[in-house]
Design a protein around this ligand. Structure first.
Ligand code: ARG
Length: 477
């Protein structure tokens, strides 16, 4: 979409509130306060909201059906003009609401003046923002579901691959790589739930609250609400125009998605390094160094991690912007849009690129097989082996600790220590101890629900694959 924010000489039009003033607004003040370069993104929602409003005004006989039809036709044409890049997004029009109304006046003349009956830009912008969040939340949910499908595919393909699992970034116990992917699948599934839950509160109509006190004209708020696909109206007109908690909730849900992505990105950055060598990113999603020819850098993952800070900043900007505002509407609230749009588009961009990045990574199975075979992370197996032979866990832990120290001292991996050496630590050790000292045995022996055992991983996969994805109906979109 072509966007031209420049203001042409002579493009001044009357601002919606001009008549009370005896001199025109100073150009510098207008430029400072204009939001067209930001809120043009609401054009579609603004037009939908206006069409619903005009329809209701005609139904309630506040304006004639013929006038409503003219208004609706004009608005639909303006939508096409904007989409074709034919309408300059002129900052002199103060905001997208004014710009559209002024254009409507050019097209249909004075009838356009009837559209704003029983409406203020305060309830208008609140309505537009909610409709925009609803549409964008649906897009983010779709991107999260796509990411989850990638994770299901990756998990399915890695049900036999064992990787070292970490706590404190120290090797802890072997796990199935599939189990690891499924952990992120759980996190992103909760992110979907978070947006779905936020949508319940976002999807309520402020339209008809007017400036903040309501209107003396017989508007039907429930009708505009249902025309726009809102599930309810906001029940207090002051609240309807003056709170931005749903914007904060939306951006907060974005921040949690970014936090999850950023941790995942950190893993990818570590795991693709020469120090780990667990994964390799395909060349198409890596970058090189202009000076060190051997380098293959995980820039996509680093940018996702870096952009997380921006989205956190958006959330803090909103919380801070709102914290001291007296009731009810204040112009400060126009500043909700840059952080909202930034958080939403950043989250969407990051979900898309990270999904591709995950799809385009290869597992370095040979290396993983080598490092997991003789790893000290099998020590927990030894302790649980002794428990099964009747040794209290505390004693088993102490005995195993001594064996680990022996292994380190003699530079002998746990499976290579002889049975007679094992028996010097505990008489309970027998030949079958060697059966548990493989990474496969370690994962296979897990019994608890949700564990890393192949059965549990298969059950987790089944659960996700049969889970129904909700797709809420969205009238008019
Ligand atoms: N551009 C304004 C905003 O985003 C629209 C509402 C203006 N209302 C007003 N009373 N100045 O908040």
């Amino acid at each position: 979409m072509k966007k031209n924010f420049a203001a042409k000489a002579g493009s001044e039009k009357e601002l919606l509130w001009q008549s009370r003033f005896s001199e025109p607004m100073d150009e510098r003040a207008l430029k400072f306060s204009s939001s067209v370069h930001i809120d043009w993104r609401l054009y579609k929602e603004d037009i939908m909201g206006s069409i619903a409003h005009a329809t209701m005004l005609a139904e309630e006989k506040i304006i004639s059906k013929a006038d409503a039809a003219k208004i609706t036709k004009g608005l639909r044409e303006i939508e096409k003009e904007i989409e074709a890049g034919k309408l300059d997004l002129d900052w002199r029009q103060e905001d997208i609401h004014t710009l559209i109304e002024n254009r409507l006046k050019e097209k249909i003349g004075d009838v356009s003046g009837k559209l704003h009956t029983a409406r203020s830009r305060n309830d208008q912008v609140a309505t537009d923002t909610r409709l925009w969040m609803r549409r964008t939340a649906d897009e983010i949910i779709a991107a999260l579901n796509a990411m989850n499908q990638t994770l299901i595919d990756k998990a399915e393909a890695s049900q036999k691959i064992i990787v070292p699992g970490y706590t404190h970034l120290q090797r802890a116990q072997p796990i199935l790589l599939a189990h690891y992917y499924l952990a992120y699948l759980e996190m992103f599934s909760r992110d979907v739930e978070r947006f779905e839950d936020a949508l319940k509160r976002i999807n309520r109509s402020p339209l008809g609250a007017a400036a903040f006190a309501g209107s003396s004209l017989p508007v039907n708020r429930r009708r505009t609400g249902s025309l726009l696909g809102f599930s309810d109206i906001l029940h207090n007109s002051i609240d309807a125009v003056s709170d931005r908690d749903t914007v904060i909730e939306f951006v907060s849900a974005c921040a949690v998605v970014m936090m999850h992505l950023s941790r995942f990105a950190e893993d990818v950055i570590l795991w693709t390094s020469e120090e780990f060598k667990f994964l390799e990113i395909s060349d198409a999603f890596a970058t090189g160094s202009s000076i060190m020819p051997q380098k293959k850098n995980p820039d996509m993952a680093e940018l996702v991690r870096g952009k997380t800070g921006r989205v956190y900043g958006d959330l803090i900007a909103l919380l801070t912007m709102m914290k001291g505002l007296p009731m009810s509407y204040n112009r400060d609230m126009q500043e909700d849009k840059p952080p909202l749009f930034d958080a939403a588009t950043t989250t969407l961009d990051c979900l898309h690129i990270f999904d591709l990045l995950v799809q385009h990574t290869r597992v370095r199975e040979e290396h993983l097989a080598r490092i997991t075979a003789n790893d000290l992370s099998l020590a927990t197996e030894l302790a649980e082996y002794l428990v099964r032979k009747g040794v209290p866990f505390r004693d088993a832990h102490r005995i195993t600790g001594k064996i680990v120290s022996f292994s380190l001292q003699h530079q002998t991996a746990l499976p290579q220590i002889s049975l007679s050496d094992y028996q010097t630590f505990s008489p309970q050790f027998d030949q079958d101890v060697f059966d548990v000292l493989t990474p496969e045995a370690s994962v296979n022996r897990k019994r608890s629900e949700g564990s890393t055992s192949p059965q549990s991983v298969a059950a987790q996969l089944r659960r996700h694959k049969t889970k129904k994805k909700s797709t809420p109906p969205r009238p008019l979109y």
